[in-house]
Design a protein around this ligand. Structure first.
Ligand code: CTP
Ligand code: MG
Length: 391
């Protein structure tokens, strides 16, 4: 059981758009309720839960009592955000991270939750699963005249579970009173830094009767008990070399490491970041660093390589991958890597928006053999492992 994270599962609200006599969160999908299936995520992740419901007795009967990690069931409010506020009051004050999840999303995966937790561990105030949008989105007046067409590349549809630093979420709820359709909007409006992690197209919010019907079909045909088959794992390898040239410091993993000589090369010569970028591109089947950031384009000349890494990690997440680990080796006689390995790891993790525990940095000499042994340059290797649900 993890002590540092609690989840608020929202099961209040009457589900007007879904219709039907029973609110959607209490309806059955196969042999269990929508709420019971939504709670599975937290049982699997070993996370304490507060369930928020209009009628706590119904919520208990509809699955909350059967779920071992449900610690409290509290009464909800008029708006979704009032229900979240009620849930927050039931979360102990010393819990640093809070997850908010809609009971109406019974197909959320542990990967989705882990990606959000990792982004918050890496420094964000909040992290929300998001998907690119395939339709074009327009702003219209109430009588149907188009005012504006939004830039689709900048738009994302967001889901739950949403992960927050508890203090920031509490502050948002204390300060923001206007209507909001998710918690991230309140955190953004009160100065918090919210990042997106890749969402899952099958993590639908059951909103209309047709969504429930589709979920029933999907549940019975392919995913009995909500178990999700088909995790795809893909690894990529990266290797890079830069010669020493000119004066120090040496740029490694986005940090300037004191040394009498620097690394020569187009861009800043950050051999470690280049190896990781190639590993990520390889794992995602996106080619190599030279194709993605061609030397011939002035945009990339003298570029800070850590910016390449941020861009490529975002590309990989946008394709629905979760970055589960990055391991690296830096080969040189000097400078020594070990005094800087944690700082380098943290810098790399922040650039990729993953938890530092998922990144490893190692240094080795080559026993004075070869070009690295003669102190002519530095070589680096990286391996990145990506996972994605459903192929
Ligand atoms: N919710 C809640 N408290 C409210 C309103 C909504 O806890 N006052 C929860 C719902 O149970 C759902 C989630 O917030 O899990 C997302 O809201 P939505 O899908 O809009 O559910 P409803 O408000 O119940 O449905 P509708 O808007 O169609 O009436
Ligand atoms: Mg609603």
């Amino acid at each position: 059981m993890r002590e540092d994270v609690w989840a608020i599962v929202l099961a209040a609200g009457s589900g007007l758009r879904a219709g039907g006599g029973t609110p959607k969160q209490y309806q059955r999908l196969g042999d269990r309720t929508v709420l019971a299936r939504a709670l599975d995520l937290f049982e699997r992740s070993g996370m304490s839960v507060v369930v928020v419901a209009d009628d706590p007795v119904s919520a208990r009967a509809a699955g909350a009592d059967e779920c071992a990690v449900v610690r409290r069931v509290v009464k909800g409010g008029t708006r979704r955000q009032d229900s979240v506020a009620a849930g927050l009051q039931a979360v102990p004050d010393d819990v640093p991270v809070v997850v908010v999840h809609d009971a109406a999303r019974p197909f959320a995966t542990p990967d989705l939750l882990e990606a959000g937790l990792a982004a918050v561990a890496a420094g964000a105030d909040g992290a929300v699963p998001s998907l690119e949008i395939s339709d074009t989105v327009k702003v219209v007046t109430p009588d149907g005249h188009v005012l504006e067409t939004l830039k689709r590349e900048m738009l994302r549809a967001v889901q739950t579970p949403q992960v927050f630093r508890a203090s920031v979420l509490r502050r948002a709820h204390a300060q923001f009173a206007a209507d909001a359709t998710d918690d991230a909007a309140m955190v953004e409006a009160t100065g918090g830094d919210v990042v997106v992690v890749s969402g899952d197209p099958s993590n639908v919010k059951l909103t209309y009767a047709a969504d429930l019907e589709a979920a029933e079909r999907r549940d019975l045909e392919a995913e009995p008990d909500g178990d999700r088959a088909g995790v795809r794992v893909s690894s990529g390898l990266g290797f890079d070399v830069h010669a020493f040239g000119g004066s120090g410091p040496v740029r490694l993993g986005g940090l300037d490491i004191p040394h009498d000589r620097g690394l020569a090369g187009h861009s800043d010569g950050d051999v470690l970041v280049h190896a990781i970028v190639d590993a990520l591109l390889g794992a995602a089947g996106l080619g190599d660093i030279g194709q993605r950031f061609p030397d011939s384009e002035p945009e990339w000349e003298d570029a800070d390589s850590i910016g390449f890494l941020e861009k490529v990690a975002a590309d990989v997440f946008a394709l629905g991958w979760t970055l589960s680990s990055v391991d690296t080796v830096v080969m040189c006689e000097a400078p020594r890597i070990s005094p800087h390995r944690e700082e380098i790891r943290d810098r790399l993790a922040a650039a990729m928006r993953i938890a530092p525990e998922r990144v490893n940095v190692k240094g080795t000499t080559s026993e004075k053999l070869g070009f690295t042994g003669r102190g002519e340059g530095i070589a680096a290797q990286a391996i990145a492992t990506l996972t994605r649900m459903g192929g």
